[in-house]
Design a protein around this ligand. Structure first.
Ligand code: DP6
Length: 333
């Protein structure tokens, strides 16, 4: 048995679209920041007496989630030659399936806990591949701070490389998350990507432009150039949602309050407050701020009609074991 904690990550250069074929391989690389104060804690216990895997999310059995959880555990069990089923208990301190990257923190915590529970010695590549197989954004939560998931084209396409670009201390940005709805999103990321890839007229252009966006974001992070990071991140976000809106049927993840937040954040930046927005597959708005600016930004976002709650976070560490078998082996820097 082991318990691990992971935090959601927020993509600044977005992953949207998969390559054809199995193994959940992204069609594009992506770059994110890992948060600190939102978390998933997952306990995995392999039990020879269990006939089936059991999965509880926030204390409630989750049969839909169980399918993905079992599928994620299977290659780890295989690697350990373990035939036992597992009891998995996971808790989030933030809304699930509402565009707050709960699948990223969830699968990063699950993989980390399972490896520890089975006392497996694994390479960072194996760990990252297992997380990616479950959810394309999950490997990025294995590391803290600024993280890139790169596509490897040589010697042959078909793998990803997880690159920790910089620790939180390199540039202690802050994030204010404006919650505008607590409902689960109507179309999940996996289905949304599939519809977009099949029907959006802009999809090929999106794939082609991604390496340039990644390079700009990488440079901005390393140089701590906020304006440059703001421009490329907002561009990547709006482009992703533009693609999705142009799919058939069009995918609209935003509500009125989402749009109000975007307008306010752009106005604030024009007034000299260092903040930019990004939005994932849901209506919540993430306002990324220079160190020290998030409380002021959060206070302003709270005044917007339709904003239910604003949480703030610094950048945080990667997934790690918090109790049980492999406690002495942290997963990432
Ligand atoms: C908009 O990682 O949830 O948040 O691989 O199908 O599980 P699956 O998708 P998921 O998609 C994340 C999409 C995004 C952008 C991002 O995090 O890069």
């Amino acid at each position: 048995m082991a318990q691990a904690q992971a935090q959601p990550n927020i993509a600044l250069v977005k992953y949207w679209g998969k390559r054809h074929g199995a193994r959940n391989l992204p069609a594009v690389g992506s770059l994110s920041v890992t948060l600190e104060s939102l978390w998933t804690r997952t306990e995995v216990e392999f039990d020879p007496d269990l006939p089936e895997d059991l999965f509880l999310l926030n204390g409630v059995p989750d049969p839909k989630g169980l399918v993905r959880v079992s599928r994620c555990l299977d290659p780890i069990r295989q690697r350990a030659s373990c035939l036992h089923r597992a009891r998995i208990q996971s808790r989030n301190n933030f809304p699930t399936s509402a565009g707050l990257a709960s699948s990223a923190s969830g699968f990063a915590a699950l993989v980390t806990a399972a490896i520890a529970a089975l006392c497996l010695e694994v390479s960072p590549e194996e760990r990252s591949e297992w997380a990616r197989g479950a959810s394309g954004s999950a490997p990025r939560s294995l590391y803290g701070g600024f993280v890139e998931l790169r596509l490897q084209e040589t010697p042959a396409p078909g793998r990803t490389e997880l690159v920790p670009l910089a620790d939180p201390g390199h540039w202690p940005l802050e994030v204010a998350v404006a919650i505008t709805s607590l409902s689960a999103k109507p179309v999940g990321s996996t289905a949304g990507m599939e519809i977009t890839a099949k029907t959006s007229p802009f999809y090929e252009d999106w794939i082609r432009a991604q390496p340039a966006d990644l390079e700009a974001a990488r440079q901005a992070v390393l140089a701590r150039d906020f304006e440059k990071l703001a421009l490329v991140s907002e561009h990547s976000c709006l482009k992703m949602h533009g693609l999705a809106l142009a799919a058939k049927p069009g995918l609209m993840y935003w509500n009125g309050a989402t749009v109000s937040c975007l307008t306010v954040i752009r106005d604030l930046r024009a007034q000299g407050i260092p903040v930019f927005f990004t939005i994932d597959a849901g209506p919540q708005v993430k306002a990324v701020c220079e160190p020290g600016a998030s409380q002021q930004v959060a206070g302003i976002l709270r005044q917007i009609p339709g904003v239910l709650e604003v949480m703030t976070s610094r950048l945080g560490p990667g997934a790690r074991v918090i109790s049980g078998a492999g406690k002495s082996q942290p997963s990432g820097p």
